[in-house]
Design a protein around this ligand. Structure first.
Ligand SMILES: NC(=O)c1ccc[n+]([C@@H]2O[C@H](COP(=O)([O-])OP(=O)(O)OC[C@H]3O[C@@H](n4cnc5c(N)ncnc54)[C@H](O)[C@@H]3O)[C@@H](O)[C@H]2O)c1
Length: 391
């Protein structure tokens, strides 16, 4: 029997950029947020703003995961601590929503898979929430139904410009903090996961070229907020060991629907693309039509036809299927976007937990998260060897 979502209690680790996005989305679903963990000052300020009763300062994540007032742990801390925090939460019997990437190496993310391989293991979801844009669910349904025929190829990009200048700084730039792949690991995996979800297929081989434009950057002394644009006076120069942009050729496996053969894709990924704030663009090209969608205009899908008029399908109108309706709340013409995709992802996860796993796990699982990390490793190997690498 299902329990109402507001009976489940969430604890959030990380109170920087994305932690509060989780809090807001959960609150909009009626989920109780009972605990928060981060640096003492930031955790206290977040708790104060949202009226969250339990504060675990000084990054005391063990206190949070062991709290009897927390059922689901959200990990919104930097990448290098995801695995240890996820393992601690699973050991404490807590369900987990882990930010992407699930870890920095497949060796460590394999430990999460092992921890989940036991009876009655908790649920773990990786926060590839682009799956829950209604347009992405709609494109998935259309590909599954064969609305664009057999899929021939896929093309797209994920572009941002917040790290364009050599003075733009974030922990992600350091391989020791975010992992050896930055643009691909941070945003490229969102693109790959989205395409995998739409096709119902896995990226199984890659030919990659990665490039670091700023080989040396300057950073301000002290902590810097994600997307922050500080005006520091005191700079430290450092060598950059992660990529600013990448070109990827990908081969997706034979899928369960829509196409009998492997599908080829190409994507560009950049965090130094002036003018693009957060543009995930995907074009799916089939034998009878194409689908195009862009993250910054998320309520619409463009359907292209060779032998008929093109169409623009709008969310909340008859252009979208009713089965997408479980993951959209406002009527057509009332735009939904980034915060709503988080809300819909947590709806899917919390309903899965509340119903004792009776709903389909549409969200990215630990297996998907592990695969994305293996893919990043294949990208690195390919870029270094200049050859195709199987994942
Ligand atoms: N799904 C998405 O769309 C999305 C968007 C942004 C970030 N992210 C992911 O979320 C994570 C956090 O990114 P961010 O941009 O919010 O970073 P951020 O630097 O803005 O915030 C990180 C927070 O974690 C805290 N923290 C640092 N070390 C910690 C530790 N050991 N234990 C507990 N808390 C710790 C910091 O004090 C800070 O509050 C990253 O893994 C990133 O990839 C995902």
């Amino acid at each position: 029997m299902s329990i109402p979502l507001h009976r489940l209690r969430a604890g959030i680790i990380g109170t920087g950029f994305i932690g509060p996005v989780h809090i807001e989305a959960l609150r909009r679903l009626g989920v109780q947020v009972t605990a928060v963990c981060g640096s003492t000052q930031s955790a206290r300020a977040t708790a104060h703003q949202w009226g969250i009763p339990h504060v675990f300062g000084d990054h005391d994540y063990l206190g949070l995961v062991q709290s009897p007032d927390v059922d689901v742990v959200h990990i919104a801390s930097p990448n290098k601590v995801h695995v240890e925090q996820a393992l601690a939460a699973l050991r404490a019997g807590k369900h987990v929503v882990c930010e992407k990437p699930m870890g920095m190496t497949s060796r460590e993310t394999a430990r999460i898979l092992a921890a989940l391989r036991r009876p009655k293991a908790p649920v773990l979801a990786v926060n590839y929430m682009c799956r829950f844009f209604p347009a992405v669910l709609q494109m998935r349904a259309m590909v599954q139904r064969g609305d664009i025929g057999k899929v021939i190829h896929v093309q797209g990009h994920f572009f941002q410009d917040w790290l364009l200048k050599d003075t733009d700084y974030n922990w992600r730039i350091l391989a020791s903090e975010g992992g050896p792949l930055r643009a691909v690991g941070d945003i490229g995996t969102h693109w790959i996961d989205t395409v995998s979800f739409i096709l119902g297929a896995r990226a199984e081989a890659v030919l990659a070229h990665t490039e670091t434009f700023h080989k040396v950057r300057r950073r301000p002394r002290g902590e810097v907020q994600t997307f922050g644009k500080g005006h520091a006076k005191d700079w430290i120069a450092y060598d950059v060991d992660t990529e600013d942009f990448a070109s990827l050729l990908l081969r997706f496996s034979k899928a369960s629907h829509g196409h009998a053969d492997a599908v080829h894709a190409n994507a560009s990924v950049s965090q130094v693309a002036a003018g693009w704030k957060c543009s995930l663009y995907v074009g799916i090209y089939g034998t009878t039509g194409s689908l195009q969608w862009e993250f910054q205009n998320p309520n619409e899908i463009r359907v292209g036809r060779r032998d008929g008029p093109d169409q623009v399908l709008q969310r909340g109108t008859p252009g979208f299927d009713v089965d997408v309706a479980g993951f959209t709340d406002t009527p057509g013409g009332h735009p939904e976007g980034f915060p709503d995709s988080h809300k819909m992802q947590y709806r899917a996860v919390y309903e899965h937990v509340a119903t004792g796993r009776a709903t389909a796990p549409l969200f990215a699982t630990a297996d998907n998260g592990h695969h994305e990390v293996r893919l990043c490793e294949a990208v690195l190997r390919s870029s270094r060897s200049r050859r195709w690498v199987e994942v």
